[in-house]
Design a protein around this ligand. Structure first.
Ligand code: NAP
Length: 257
């Protein structure tokens, strides 16, 4: 019997994969059999070693998502390195914390560009790539996994542009699923709970807030980046072929409480 989670022969592009959740997803996809390209601004040396240790191919692409200018060359380099791209993981993201009464235009624009504008235009480039291949290969398929957040569902505090961007990513995930589900492209998102990464270092340094968060997590622990690997493999694989437009919480039960 074939394994519906097997990614052998598939190729993936993951953004922001030098560390944290992106690194864990890149490694999980490689462990499931995919060759991996990563795009980001810090050299992904550790991720390269981890992916190559699985025996899969690895391509590093330099890109800064403070604008969408690098997007055409990212797709070109990924296709040149891996032949084609079957799976796109929009993971790169930033957060800025300040009370809403003090929040600056720069903190709004920077977060919205990296977290929402760049992912949309990467989805567009990927969609054009997959749909463009279908004239020669009618069975060509694509899988998009956007990284959402608990703040795709909730308001949060002191992170207005982050909440707007992650609510927006949930919206475009559903919109693109409606446009592309009939074209062989699955568009879904993973909404991590509270994960121990650079993104949450300020939160974890605040003992009171950190304890309040932990007390609300039914699983009784913060998430590790590796908790996101299995769900990403599922959404990247044939096992999820009829899953479209879902925002999958991977949150230790946070939203259930
Ligand atoms: P992280 O460790 O800070 O990783 C963020 C990644 O995005 C890094 O690779 C970072 O590269 C990259 N990045 C940031 N700005 C970039 C830019 N301008 N151009 C290119 N790459 C850029 O945080 P993480 O927690 O793994 O976050 C990954 C994703 O998960 C983000 O979308 C985040 O919003 C989301 N998320 C995180 C949590 C959590 O609890 N940690 C919860 C929900 C959702 P550098 O290392 O070069 O900065």
């Amino acid at each position: 019997m074939t394994n519906p989670f097997d990614l052998s022969g598939r190729t993936a592009l993951v953004t922001g994969a030098n560390t944290g959740i992106g690194q864990a997803i890149a490694v999980a996809l490689a462990q499931a059999g995919a060759d991996v390209a990563v795009a980001g601004r810090t050299p992904p040396d550790e991720t390269r070693a981890m992916v190559e240790a699985t025996g899969r191919r690895f391509v590093a692409i330099s890109a800064d998502f403070t604008s969408i200018e690098p997007i055409p060359h990212i797709m070109e380099e990924a296709i040149a390195g891996l032949g084609r791209v079957d799976i796109l993981v929009n993971n790169a993201g930033i957060i800025r914390r300040a009370d809403s009464v003090d929040f600056t235009e720069d903190d709004w624009d920077d977060v919205m560009t990296v977290n929402l504008k760049a992912p949309f235009f990467l989805c567009q480039a990927f969609g054009r790539h997959v749909i463009g291949r279908q004239s020669a290969e009618p069975d060509a398929k694509g899988k998009i996994i956007n990284i959402a957040s608990m703040l795709s569902f909730q308001g949060g505090i002191r992170v207005p542009s982050y909440t707007a961007s992650k609510s927006g990513i949930a919206g475009i995930t559903k919109l693109l699923a409606c446009e592309w589900a009939g074209k062989g492209i699955n568009v879904n998102a993973i909404a991590p709970g509270y994960v121990e990464t650079n993104n949450t270092s300020a939160l974890r340094a605040d003992e009171k807030r950190s304890a309040e968060i932990l007390a609300r997590i039914p699983a009784g622990r913060w998430s590790q980046s590796s908790d996101l690997g299995g769900p990403a493999v599922f959404l990247a694989s044939d096992a999820s072929d009829y899953v479209h437009g879902t925002i999958l919480p991977v949150d230790g039960g946070w939203l259930a409480r």
